[in-house]
Design a protein around this ligand. Structure first.
Ligand code: CAP
Ligand code: MG
Length: 423
């Protein structure tokens, strides 16, 4: 089949088609129509030359580039091209060789709309936002988390004590950093045992419900062992660096977490290697749909105002894809009965930025601050309290400066960082 046989202007996708939105920068001498045909061909069942085997079944499995607007092209894929519940195979098709084609100077997978037959073959989130809130019995404010900083280097005892201080300061969640796993100075088992002992003590003293996002990222069988260890020690969550661990590993972890009843917090480390270039790679929006399908319960989506790139329109589109039953943004998506994913705002946050974050993202989020808590002049516990006070001020519709008059921890945080937007 020649490339042009994969171009079908005016085709209307069937409800069974998977649809991709690509941004295509054709190579010199290649028209957009030819580039679209090449992308549709290479990502489905074509190749650079005609081949002898050519029958209706094969033709029917070919993708169809059916709409071009500027450098954005929509391509429809028959569901039969894909294996259900097999994320690696689906991505090897729609997000595989195509990125290396000489016919394009740039190619970015902007969004994917998933047909019901594929959607239903994945587990989706176990808890959803409602289920997560039920763990803490906190329904009206953002959940709060902190990562002990320096991100790696503490012993398991120092880590657990930092967690205790944060929980005693009022936070809901302790979180491992993305590159903390089981280094010699902070072995996984020791950290889990000590941190949950501290958690139990903090719960007893505060009367609040506390939990811990334990990073189990590792080789898949080891991740399963670590998840079981967390469960044995009374944990409610595991955390996984899903992009560096790999989607099939996350699918296996998701299956295990169903049996263990553990929620999954997904860190997105390495996403910016794919999504930062507006002309080439895979958008965070696409990655967010994969994350909801595979079934994480919480996902980092940026802050707009913090230290890492996260444009406002992207953050709002991500919230639409993760939270709503029917997403409207970009390609839209009816998520059927798949539960929602709780967005996490993190990266350079401190109390002075909380009003901005909540104004943009609302209250159905997790707010994570690492440096913005442990860098507080009076230490971790005061930093945690200052973060909660900033949230309380927003909830009561009071300015931070006014609220800080009777809240010393917040006042100290504002004196120290003001409203600085870290870079
Ligand atoms: C934040 C963080 C998170 C980033 C990840 C860090 O620490 O722990 O990994 O938020 O980025 O290591 O930088 P701070 P994103 O609170 O001290 O900045 O949330 O955008 O995926
Ligand atoms: Mg981190």
């Amino acid at each position: 089949m020649s490339y042009i046989e994969f171009v079908h202007p005016g085709y209307t996708p069937s409800k069974n088609d998977l649809v991709c939105l690509f941004r295509i920068t054709p190579a010199k001498g290649i028209s957009m129509r030819e580039a679209a045909g090449r992308v549709a061909s290479e990502s489905s069942n074509g190749t650079w030359t005609d081949v002898s085997l050519h029958n209706t079944r094969i033709v029917r499995l070919g993708a169809k580039a059916f709409e071009t607007k500027g450098d954005f092209v929509k391509i429809a894929y028959p569901v039969g091209l894909f294996e259900k519940n097999n994320m690696p195979q689906i991505l090897s098709s729609i997000a595989g060789n195509v990125f290396g084609m000489k016919a394009v100077d740039g190619l970015r997978l902007e969004d994917v709309s998933w047909p019901k037959k594929i959607l239903k073959s994945f587990r989706g989130p176990q808890f959803g936002i409602r289920g997560i809130r039920k763990i803490f019995r906190v329904y009206d404010r953002p959940l709060t988390a902190t990562v002990p900083k320096p991100k790696v280097g503490m012993t398991s005892g120092e880590h657990a004590r930092t967690g205790y201080e944060a929980w005693m300061g009022g936070l809901d969640l302790l979180k491992d950093d993305e590159n903390l796993s089981s280094q010699n100075f902070n072995k996984f088992e020791r950290r889990v045992e000590k941190s949950f002992r501290m958690r139990d003590l903090a719960e007893k003293k505060t009367g609040g419900i506390k939990s811990y996002l334990v990073n189990v990222s590792a080789e898949t069988k080891e991740m399963i062992r670590r998840a079981r260890f967390v469960k044995k020690h009374g944990g409610e969550y595991v955390m996984v660096d899903a992009i560096t661990a790999g989607w099939s590993a996350v699918q296996t972890l998701r299956d295990e977490c169903e049996d263990l009843g553990l929620a999954i917090h997904m860190h997105r480390a390495m996403h910016a290697a794919m999504d930062r270039n507006p002309l080439h790679g895979i958008s965070m929006l696409t990655l967010s749909t994969i994350s909801r399908l595979v079934g994480v319960d919480q996902l980092h989506i940026g802050t707009v105002v913090g230290k890492l790139v996260s444009p406002k329109d992207e953050v709002l589109n991500l919230q639409d894809k993760l939270v709503n039953k029917k997403s409207k943004k970009v390609l839209g998506q009816n998520w059927e009965n798949l539960k929602s994913v709780l967005p996490v705002s993190s990266g350079g946050l401190h109390p002075g930025l909380i009003p901005d974050v909540m104004k943009i993202m609302g209250r159905d989020i997790v707010i994570q601050a690492g440096g913005g808590i442990h860098g507080h002049p009076d230490g971790t516990r005061a930093g945690a309290t200052a973060l909660l006070q900033a949230i309380e001020a927003v909830m009561e519709n009071v300015s931070l400066s006014h609220y800080s008059k009777n809240h010393a921890e917040l006042r100290k945080a504002l004196e120290h960082w003001g409203h600085v937007k870290p870079v």
